[in-house]
Design a binder for this molecule. Sequence first.
Ligand code: GLY
Length: 360
Amino acid sequence: MIKTHVKTSSEYDVITGSGILDSVGSLIRERDSKITKALVVSETNVAPLYLDRVMASIKAAGIEAVELIYEAGEQSKNINTIVNMWNKMAENGFTRTDLLVALGGGVTGDMGGFAASAFLRGIKVCQIPTSLLAMVDASVGGKTGIDIPAGKNQVGAFWQPMLVLEDTDCLKTLPDETFTEGMAEVIKYACIMDTKLYDLLVEKKDQGIKIREDAELMEQIVGMCVKDKDYVIEEDEFDNGLRQTLNFGHTIGHVIERNSNFSLPHGVCVAKGMGIIIDCAVAKGTLEKDEADKMLDLIKAYSLPIDDAITPEDSVSGAMNDKKKRGNTISLIVVNKIGKADIVKMTPDELLSFLKKESK
Ligand code: GLY
């Protein structure tokens, strides 16, 4: 079991390991004696697998537990689902000392966190991520939100959890595609900041996504990513500097994701985005070709793509509509050396020229 203590504006533990789901209630209770009620939010794919265990564990700790199950999928990530959560808590007499538990992948974590951030002007949330992507990234750091017609995650809040519980046994039940897309975020940490993780992934790359069968290895990998995320968010909780490096591959990845009408998984689009930026950095002359080839090989080894048919022009117009844009510039994350990311501010013309590989 790996414990990471996160020291952001409010402090909390992230506990990563096998079999944690049965201790959810006691781990919450150890940290807060005032909670009397918990709303456990989950979705139609995850609830049949894990909800009963989590509810039983919470009740065994003397906390009254009610559940809300929504229809799985990005299409549910909207204000109606949030209102259902608020109504459920109001109908059950929740007070400011009560708790929302988000059991599921990134969509559940984002929505649960957002519902908790605004109910009675803010109640506690415990994140229980069940996907690789949510374990290594979305559940840690307090970004919450929902989609609106204008875009993904356009409305939300920073709301740090009181506790994050990551049962790595949940990785065993993930569809291959969902595990694979999580590997894109793992590889991202390796490329932007963690050469030890990078070396480990290279060492295991012949196994590809079969690494998921090695429980100890997965605990180690998830734990390393959580520690990387912790380092970043302690330095820059509100996304004004270092935290932006976590967007490596995301600027173009988000455009590809939107253009696919969200039919392509997020992690797959991030992998494509990383591949495109790596390729352009070589053309620009800031990244050595052999370093680039190593990173591209690593992405491919874990069954992820490294390119896309998107044109530079479409990439730029999409990126300029991204919520991360500030003023008329976009902060592009470029890796010029394995394990180190740079934030490069670019105008639309500069980004176009970079993506067209125009200048050295
Ligand atoms: N998912 C990127 C971040 O938390 O900033």
